[in-house]
Write a protein that binds this ligand. Structure first.
Ligand SMILES: [Zn+2]
Length: 574
C-alpha cells in the first residue's frame, strides 16, 4: 500500500513495469537495488507474522516454530546462504523459562505484612530451582544503585550488602544544572538522556554483583517511561533468561518491582519519607540507608528449560580479502505470545506484535532482497539475524554477542530495526543513541541524499538506546545504527508525531491491539529501509568505517576486542 502522496506515481508505474524504481533510474548500482524494497511486500510479511496463526510469536512456543520456519523459508527463497558456519539457518539459544509464583511478607517492628501480588509487588526468580526461600532479608535503600567512576559516583560506599534486599530507584540521578536548576546538568548522567545506569537490567546486574539476595525497584511511570501495567504484564508470566548451569549472573535470586504508592507506605512505616529519600539520592554523598524492615520471600518456580533460535542468513562478500568482515542487520522476531487469562475470543488473547516487531522482521527480509538485487555482491559479507527473546531482555542478541558466529573484531556494524514508522514520509530522521559514534555521519550523509535532515531522538530520557538489541552489540564494542523516521511528517500537523506515539504507547504497546492498521502509509518506512540499505552498503564497500567517539561508554570494549584480534585500535572519532 504505497501512499498516493508519491507525485512520481506515473514514473513509479513505469519503473515498476521495467522491474526497477525511479530511485534506480536516478542513481544506478545500489540505488537500483534499494528500489527493490517494496511497501506492499513488507506489509504482506507483517500480516503473516502478526496473524492469529503465529500466536504472538512467544519464544519456545508453536508460534516460534511457525515464525522460524517462515523467516528461514523467506531467506532461502531470496537465495541467501545459511548464516551459521555449521550450515544451518539458526543459532540455538539455550533458555531457562521460569514461571514464578512469589510471596513477599515484610516484618515491620515484629508485625508481618503479606503483600498482594501483583498489585503491591511483582517478583520472580530466574534461577533453575523450583523453590527459592529467603528469610528475613534486611531492606536497604540504595538510591539509584549506581557506580559510575566517570562521574565519581558510588551509591554503595562499600557497604556489605550480601543477602540484603536492595530498594532501588528507576532511571539515573536527575541532577539539576547548578547554573540553571530548572534544567538537568548535561555533564552528569547526560542530563535529560537516560544512561545505562538508569535501566532495570543495570539495577539487577548490580544487585547480583554485590551478592544481594533480592532487589525491589520502585516503579514510577515517568522515570520508567511506561506504566506499572507493563511491569505486571511482563513479569507476571513465564520469563526467560539465558540458561547458564552456573546460575544467572544478570539477576539476584529474587528481582522485583514495587509501585511507588506502596513504596511510599513502606518508607513511612520505616520512619522515612520517600520524597526526602529520593532527594537525598541526588547527592554524590548519598549513603545506603537501612530501613529497619526485613523481607521474606518464597518463590515456587515452574522450570522450563528450552531452546529457542536466532535465525541467521548470510550474503557472502565478493572481495576475497574483505569477505571475512561483516555488516550485521538485526530485528527481533519474538513478541509476548498468548495470555489465556485475557477475556473474550482467542484473538483477544494473542499479542500480535504487528509493529513490535513483525514490521522489523519484514524490513529485514526486504533489505535482504535489496542486497540480492545488487548486480555484484558487496565486498564485505552481510549477516541478517532475526533474534529471539528481545522482549525477555534482549536475550537472543545477548547470546549472539557472547557466542558470536563471526569474530566481533571483524564485525564493522550492527544495524537494528525494532518497530517502523507506518504513518508516512518525514522530512527528518531520528538517530537513537546520537553522538556516540561516527555512524551518525553515515546516516546523515545518506539521509541527505533523500532530502532529509537528522537529529537525536525526541525522548532520550526514555533510554531507547538501551532497550533494543543494538545495545547488546554495543556492549561488546560493535558500533551500531538504530535510526528511523523523525517527527516532521510531510503534510501533517507538527503535533502529529507526538499524538501517534502517545496513542501507540497508551493503546497498543505490548498489548493485543498492536495489529495491522488499515490507514497505515508505508512511504516513510520504505525510505527508511532504503537509507539503512545504503548505509550498510557504504560500510560493506569500505566507504565508511564507523568508530565510537572517544567518550563513548563502548569504546573500551571495542579497543579490547581489536587488541585481542591484533588489530590497530582507533583513536575514536571526533
Ligand atoms: Zn520490540
Amino acid at each position: 500500500m504505497i501512499s498516493k502522496k508519491y507525485s512520481l506515481k506515473p514514473l513509479l508505474l513505469l519503473g515498476t513495469l521495467a522491474g526497477i524504481s525511479v530511485h534506480a533510474i536516478a542513481a544506478g548500482g545500489s540505488a537500483k537495488a534499494a528500489g527493490a524494497i517494496n511497501g506492499d511486500e513488507l506489509l504482506q510479511h507483517i500480516k503473516v507474522l502478526a496473524s492469529d496463526d503465529f500466536e504472538g510469536r512467544g519464544p519456545a512456543s508453536n508460534g516460534e516454530v511457525k515464525t522460524v520456519t517462515y523467516i528461514t523459508e523467506q531467506f532461502k527463497k531470496l537465495g541467501l546462504a545459511p548464516g551459521n558456519p555449521d550450515g544451518s539457518y539458526v543459532q540455538k539459544v539455550p533458555l531457562l523459562g521460569t514461571t514464578s509464583a512469589p510471596t513477599l511478607s515484610l516484618n515491620v517492628g515484629g508485625k508481618e505484612q503479606k503483600l498482594r501480588y501483583p498489585d503491591e509487588f511483582v517478583a520472580w526468580s530466574p534461577q533453575a530451582q523450583s523453590n527459592i526461600k529467603i528469610d528475613q532479608s534486611e531492606l536497604v535503600f540504595v538510591g539509584y544503585g549506581v557506580i559510575a567512576p566517570e562521574y565519581h559516583w558510588d551509591d554503595y560506599k562499600g557497604m556489605d550488602l550480601k543477602s540484603k534486599t536492595l530498594v532501588m530507584l528507576i532511571n539515573d540521578p536527575a541532577i539539576p544544572d547548578p547554573k540553571n536548576p530548572s534544567q538537568l546538568d548535561p555533564k552528569m548522567f547526560k542530563g535529560k538522556e537516560m544512561t545505562y545506569y538508569g535501566r532495570w537490567t543495570y539495577k539487577f546486574e548490580m544487585a547480583a554483583k554485590l551478592g544481594a539476595a533480592a532487589a525491589l525497584i520502585v516503579h514510577e511511570t515517568k522515570p520508567a517511561s511506561y506504566p506499572y501495567e507493563v511491569v505486571k504484564n511482563s513479569w507476571g508470566r513465564e520469563n526467560f533468561s539465558i540458561y547458564d548451569p552456573a546460575g544467572n549472573p544478570d539477576f539476584p535470586a529474587v528481582p522485583g518491582w514495587m509501585p511507588v504508592e506502596r513504596a511510599k507506605e513502606l518508607f513511612s512505616v520505616s520512619g522515612l519519607d520517600f520524597d526526602a529519600m529520593k532527594k537525598a539520592a541526588l547527592s554524590r554523598d548519598f549513603k545506603p540507608v537501612k530501613m529497619g524492615v526485613t523481607a521474606s520471600y518464597a518463590v515456587s518456580n515452574k522450570i522450563n528449560q528450552v531452546e529457542s533460535n536466532n535465525v541467521v542468513a548470510r550474503i557472502e562478500g565478493s572481495d576475497p580479502a574483505l569477505k571475512d568482515e561483516y555488516i550485521i542487520y538485526t530485528a527481533h522476531w519474538d513478541h509476548l505470545g498468548i495470555n489465556e487469562a485475557l477475556p473474550g475470543p482467542r484473538t483477544g488473547k494473542i499479542y500480535h506484535g504487528a509493529l513490535d516487531n513483525a514490521s522489523g522482521v519484514a524490513s529485514l527480509l526486504e533489505l535482504a532482497k535489496a542486497y540480492k538485487a545488487l548486480p555484484v555482491a558487496p565486498k564485505r559479507s552481510i549477516l541478517f539475524i532475526a533474534t529471539t527473546s528481545e522482549e525477555q531482555g534482549l536475550l537472543g542478541a545477548r547470546y549472539y554477542a557472547r557466542n558470536p558466529l563471526y569474530p566481533l573484531a571483524k564485525t564493522l556494524i550492527d544495524i537494528n530495526i525494532d518497530g517502523i514508522n507506518p504513518w508516512g514520509k518525514t522530512k527528518d530522521v531520528k538517530i537513537i543513541g546520537y553522538g556516540k559514534s561516527s555512524a551518525d555521519d553515515l546516516v546523515r550523509k545518506v539521509a541527505k541524499t533523500q532530502g532529509r535532515t537528522t537529529s537525536s531522538e525526541a525522548h532520550p530520557e526514555s533510554g531507547g538506546f538501551y532497550r533494543g538489541d543494538q545495545f547488546e552489540f554495543a556492549k561488546v564494542g560493535v558500533p551500531v545504527i538504530y535510526a528511523s523516521s523523525g517527527t516532521q511528517f510531510i503534510g501533517k500537523s507538527p503535533k502529529f508525531a507526538l499524538e501517534k506515539s502517545e496513542d501507540y504507547t497508551a493503546h497498543s504497546y505490548h498489548k493485543v491491539s498492536d495489529v495491522v492498521n488499515k490507514d497505515w502509509d508505508f512511504g516513510g518506512v520504505v525510505e527508511d529501509m532504503r537509507m539503512l540499505f545504503e548505509a550498510g552498503y557504504e560500510v560493506a564497500q569500505g566507504k565508511a568505517k564507523p568508530e565510537w567517539k572517544a567518550d563513548a561508554e563502548f569504546k573500551a570494549a571495542r579497543d579490547s576486542s581489536q587488541q585481542a584480534a591484533g588489530k590497530p585500535v582507533g583513536t575514536g572519532s571526533q
